[in-house]
Every structure is written in C-alpha cells, then in structure tokens.
Ligand binder design. Structure first.
Ligand SMILES: *Cc1c(COP(=O)(O)O)cnc(C)c1O
Length: 330
C-alpha cells in the first residue's frame, strides 16, 4: 500500500522550500465578481512564481529532501515544460547536477532555456516516448535521482503549500478553482484545504481535449486518452500507466470536476489581459474562462482561482488576444 502525503508533510515542505520559492501575491478580481454573483473572487498569482509556474514548489521540496549522497549524484527528469524548467532552476540554485531528457521535436529555444538555468539537456529520439526511454537508460546507468512531475508525495506536498498561503491571507475562502493535468497541483492543494476546513469546495478543471484524469477517475484506474493539442499545453498528457498518489487523493478530496473548451481558455486569457493587463498561459486561464462562460456556479462564494503559470509562446499569445478583441468588438 502507498502512504499518502498529509498536512504535516505540507507544513514541512513550506519550511523546506521557503528560500527557493516566492510567496506569490493574491489579487482581487472585481470584474468577475460583478458578472458572476460571487461574494468575492481572487487570483493566486503563481504566474509570478520563479521560472513562471508553481512547479518550482514541488521540485524544490523533492530535491531538498534527497539524501546528501543522492544530491551528489544529481537528478533527472524528462519534462519539456514548466516542470523541466523548475527542476533545472532548483538544481542550478543548489549546485546539483540535473539532466533533462528531451526529444528532437522540442524547439531549440526550450532546450536553451533549460540549459541557461543550469541543467544538462539530453536530446534523443523523435518522440516523447523515445526521450523517456533515454531517461530510463541514463537514470539507471548514472544512478541519478528521478524527479517526476506529479505522482510523488514530496512533489504533491510542495504544491500543497499554495493552499497554506491562500488560507493565511483569506481564511474565509470557500471555493478553490484548480487547473488539473497529472494532478499534483490539485492533490496537494485539496488535501490541505480539506484537512484545515472540510467545507471548502474544491473544483478541478481539465481540458475537454485531454481529459485523462477525468476518464481515469470514472474508470477507477489510469486510462489513456487521445491527445488532441490545446492552447493550454501545460495541461496535456496522461497520468502515467500506473498512478499511485494523485488518483486516490483526487478521488477523496475533489468535489467537482469540470471540463473546459478552447474557447473558455481564450476567454480567460483575454479577460486577464483586458481587465488586469496580466499575461497568463492557457492552463492558468481555465478558472477565469469557466466563471465567465458559466461552467460553474459561484453565487455567494468566496472564490480563489489559481493562475498557475505564464509560459506561453509570444506569437500564439498575441494571436489569441487579437482574435478575442475582434470577437469583443462585434
Ligand atoms: C503542470 C501545470 C498544471 C497542471 O498541474 P498538474 O500537477 O499536472 O495537475 C497547470 N498549470 C500549469 C501552468 C502547469 O505548468
């Protein structure tokens, strides 16, 4: 049997990672309060976190809790996105060797960025699967410690520190809107919320175009779904062939699980820009989009939506903003 992380582990994480992460601010969103009928709506600004996403919390908690011997050998991961950046950053800060495995398909600028944060990049194969094979080979040959993106109790506990920061500032919170892909973020956040105040309503938000966790919860075991591509690229991907921690935690603690469309994501990104001049990536915009397009009922609630990151390609971003502006003018 696996031992699930608890509130104590999250308090320990907060202590452990405090010098590596930023305590991100919380902003008010009066424009959404008006149109939704909520008592209040706030944004937790993880888009202002080090490296541009919350992932540095989980990565820092995992890496800082390794033994001295493991730290001497170094760490390895195979994520192309925010998790890869977070691992590179934390290891770089601590002078630990980090290897990030990528496929040839990953754009050079991404590899360069990971290198500039202090990690080695191992490029091999034409697909993510081949990069993953390379990862297992190096992991074994060189005895590196794996730092996985979501299915790890230390990573989950690190992400849970976000809820501690929210409840410290906004103890009356009664609803959390959390983007969900592999589920490390919502697992950690929900376990803290429910253990401090079980009345807090947890809403997980996944993509219509990649509902791997949603389908897995229904099936009661990990299932694969067809990948369709999305503006919220940080929310793409499966939950692993085996999943030990996220599935049971989400099953136990998440109250409501909704799916959003590409239009909802664009609506959310545009609103963040137009009302608050904030640049956020697609994955971070799902909560705002869901509120504006009435995918969930927030009437009378004190709501906090997690703006999880800001990593987005400039061209793609500008296209979305220009398109939404034209839609708005019609
Ligand atoms: C990774 C990520 C998510 C989803 O987190 P999971 O732990 O995989 O559910 C959401 N938003 C951003 C910006 C991310 O990088």
């Amino acid at each position: 049997m696996v031992t699930l992380p608890t509130l104590i582990n999250v308090y320990q994480a907060a202590e452990r990672i405090q010098h590596v992460i930023r305590k991100t601010p919380i902003f008010e969103a009066p424009e959404l309060k008006e149109l939704s009928g909520a008592a209040s709506i706030h944004y937790k600004m993880e888009c202002l976190q080090q490296t541009g996403a919350f992932k540095v919390r989980g990565a820092a908690n995992k890496i800082l809790s390794l033994t001295d011997e493991e730290k001497q050998h170094g760490v390895i991961t195979f994520s192309t996105g925010n998790h890869g950046k977070a691992v590179a950053y934390v290891a770089g800060q601590m002078g630990i060797r980090a290897v990030v495995c990528l496929s040839e398909k990953v754009p050079t600028y991404r590899a360069d960025l990971i290198r500039s944060l202090g990690a080695e990049v191992a490029v091999q194969g034409k697909s993510q699967d081949e990069a993953e094979e390379n990862y297992y080979r190096i992991l074994k040959d060189e005895g590196l410690a794996p730092v996985v993106p979501f299915d790890d109790p230390m990573v989950i506990a690190g992400q849970g520190t976000i809820t501690l920061e929210i409840l410290e500032k906004l103890p009356d919170t009664d609803m959390l809107l959390v983007p969900l892909s592999g589920g490390g973020l919502v697992s950690g956040m929900a376990l803290v919320a429910k253990q401090i105040n079980p009345a807090i309503h947890i809403v997980a938000i996944s993509l219509e175009r990649s509902p791997a966790m949603y389908e897995s919860l229904k099936a009661g075991k990990p299932v694969q779904v067809e990948e369709k591509g999305s503006l919220a690229d940080s929310l793409l991907g499966g939950i692993g062939v085996e999943n030990h921690y996220n599935l049971p935690l989400i099953d136990r603690y998440v109250d409501e699980h909704i799916l959003v469309s590409e239009d909802d994501i664009k609506t959310g990104m545009y609103s963040a820009y137009n009302s608050q001049q904030m640049i956020i990536e697609g994955a971070a915009a799902v909560g705002i989009g869901a509120i504006i397009n009435k995918k969930l009922d927030v009437t009378g609630k004190n709501v906090v939506s997690i703006l999880s990151g800001r990593s987005i390609d400039t061209r793609r971003y500008l296209q979305v903003i220009a398109e939404q502006q034209r839609v708005g003018e019609k």
